[in-house]
Write a protein that binds this ligand. Structure first.
Ligand SMILES: [Mg+2]
Length: 174
């Protein structure tokens, strides 16, 4: 069966992401979720660590893209100083925004790595179209109200994946 929720890679934080490994895999575009992947949902702008990370990604030769389910205003404010392509209101796990982004970037799904903190949105959406998927532990414990509902179901999925020996929460393979 094709994997739906299981990430290809599970890391503790975006700061541990090995960009050279992504390049070896033929990745050209790094897609990042924002809320609880780079900052907590109530942090409006990137901190110094995120700014440094974005610089590092660009310097590595990868293209950086932000794909978020949050509203345009939030995404625009967050990305204002970063100079990266943005796709707000993405409706992950639906495929439409990822498909548009891949077309815009003129690449194939296999050349795209998607980094996110949620199995039910980030990982499911990206796995469905065949991108390389990277799960990160959430930056903060606090979630948006809609995300709290997702987390309830996410914990069920984590239990199933654990029983299948596919993924254990907090057991990173970075
Ligand atoms: Mg998120």
């Amino acid at each position: 069966m094709r994997k739906l929720f299981t990430p290809d890679w599970y890391i503790q934080t975006y700061q541990n992401l090995d960009l050279s490994r992504l390049k070896q895999l033929g990745i050209r575009v790094l897609v990042c979720d924002i809320d609880n992947t780079l900052v907590a949902h109530d942090e409006a702008i990137p901190d110094d660590s995120v700014v440094a990370f974005v610089q590092k990604v660009k310097q590595s030769g990868l293209q950086m893209v932000l794909v978020s389910n949050n509203v345009k205003e939030r995404v625009d404010t967050f990305a204002a100083s970063l100079d990266v392509a943005t796709y707000p209101f993405a409706r992950k796990p639906l495929k439409k925004t990822y498909v548009k982004m891949i077309k815009d970037m003129n690449c194939t799904p296999k050349q795209v790595a998607v980094l996110g903190d949620q199995l039910l949105t980030d990982m499911l959406g990206a796995n469905r179209i065949g991108c390389y998927t990277i799960l990160t532990q959430p930056v903060a414990q606090r979630d948006l109200r809609c995300t709290k509902v997702n987390r309830f179901f996410e914990n069920i999925v984590f239990s199933v994946l654990k029983a299948q020996g596919k993924l254990r929460k907090g057991e990173f393979n970075e």
